[in-house]
Design a protein around this ligand. Sequence first.
Ligand code: ADP
Ligand code: ASP
Ligand code: MG
Length: 449
Amino acid sequence: MSQPLTIAKFGGTSLANHAAMQKCARIVLNNKATRIVVVSASAGVTNHLVSLAHTAMTQQQTGEVCEAIEAIEMAIVAQLQNPAAVQDKLDDLLTEMRALAQHEEILQREDLKDQLLSMGERMSSLLFSAVITELGNPAMNFDVRKVLRTDSEFGAATPEPEAIASLSTALLAPELEDAIVVTQGFVGADEQGKTTTLGRGGSDFTAALLAEALSAQVCEIWTDVAGVYTTDPRIAPNAHPLPELSFEEAAEMATFGAKVLHPATMEPALRNNVKVFVGSSQAPEQGGTWIMRDCEEEPPYRAITRRKEQVMVTVKTPKMMYAQGFLQQVFAIIAKHRLSVDLVTTSEIAVSFTLDNPANSVAQRLNKETIADLETLCDVNVEHGFDLVTVVGNHMQSATGVSSKIFAAVADYNLRMICFGANPHNMSFLVNEKDSTSIVQHLHKALFE
Ligand code: ADP
Ligand code: ASP
Ligand code: MG
C-alpha cells in the first residue's frame, strides 16, 4: 500500500443504534486514511445468537429471540434516510438467520452454529455501510469470508495470516479505490468456504489481521471507554486511561482479562509493527491509548486485570513420585484440547493448574472433555469459584521492592496460588471470587492512586 492506511474497528455498543452509528461514521470520515472499517454485531445481538445456538428452545422461544434481534436491526433501518436501499438484503439475512435458528441440527452441528453466530456482523456491516453512504461518502459492504481464511475449528478458529495477506491483496485492496470498505469482524471461512468464528470478542483480532495483511500503519479500536485503563473502570472508579502501552504489556493485559482487547489482537500488530489506538467512539475528543513497539516509559506497574470464572484442577497419583512422564502426559491432554494453562504448582504427588472457563464459549465443552481424559490417567479434583487477578508491568522480578509492595496490598486476603509470569511482565494471584473486586480495588489504590 503506497497511500497511508488506517483500519477502524467499532464494537457492539458503538453500533447499538442509529445515533451511535452516526458518531462512528463521522470518526471514519474525519480521517482520510481510514478506508477499511471492521464492525462487531450491534450490542446484544451475539448474545441472542449464542443462546439460539446453544440452548434447547421451544419454537415459540426461538421465535421470540429472533424477534428481539430483528427489533434491534429494524430500529436502525427505520432511522435511515432511505431504508429501501437495504431492506431486501436485510430481509434475506433475517430469513437465513431464522432458518438456521430453527434447523433441527443446530444444537449438534458446530458449522451451523458458526453460520448462525456470523449473522450479527453480517447485518451490522450492511447497516453501517448505509449510514456512511448517507453521510455522503460511497461505502460498500464486503464479505470478509472471501479473505479471512481460518482452519475449521468452529467457534474458535485459528486464522491463517499468509492466506489472509494474499487474498486481501487480491480481493480487498482493489475495492479501496472507489469506496470505504465496511466488513465483518469475528467471522472467517475455512478452505471449503464454510463460515467460522474467532471466539467471543474476536472483531478486534480481525481488525489487526487485516491491518497486518494490508500493511496498514494504524489499527483503531473504537469502543465504549476512552482507552485502556489502569484497571477495568467498572471495578475501580478511580482507574484512569493510559496514554501509551507496549505491545507486550497490552498483550499481557488482554490475555489476563482486560476485555477491552481480544487476547490475540497484538500478535498481528506486533508482526507487522501496526500501531494500535484504543478510544471511545462516543467521545473521540477524549483521546485514548496508543499501543506500540517503543514506549517512552517502562514502569514497574502498568495495570491490574481480572479474569473471572477460573477453574482449579488438581491431578494426583501416588505413582508420580516415580513416573517421570506424568507431567508430560497431563500436558499432552491439555494440548490436545487446545486449552491454555496459566498457573501451575507441583508437589511430590500432585499438580494443580488453572483453566479458563468463560461462559458462552466452546471452552466449557472442552473443559469437560479434558477432565474426562485426565481421569483416565489419575485422580482429578476440580474446584470452581476462583478469579485470577494479575498485575501487569515491567521488570517485575528484578526491580527491588516491586513484589513486596504488591504483597503488602493483598496481605489480608486468602490467596490460593501465586505466580510470577515466565516473562517479566506479570504477577498473578488465584483468589476466591468473592474477594476479587476488593483485591483489585486495594491493589489499585496501593499502586496507582
Ligand atoms: P466492544 O464491544 O467495543 O468490543 P468490550 O465490552 O469488548 O467493547 O470492551 C470494553 C469494556 O472493557 C469496557 O467497557 C470495560 O468495562 C472493559 N475493560 C476491562 N478492562 C479494561 C481496561 N483495563 N481498560 C478499559 N476497559 C476495560
Ligand atoms: N460480536 C462478537 C461478540 O460479541 C465479536 C465482537 O464483538 O468482537 O463476541
Ligand atoms: Mg470487545
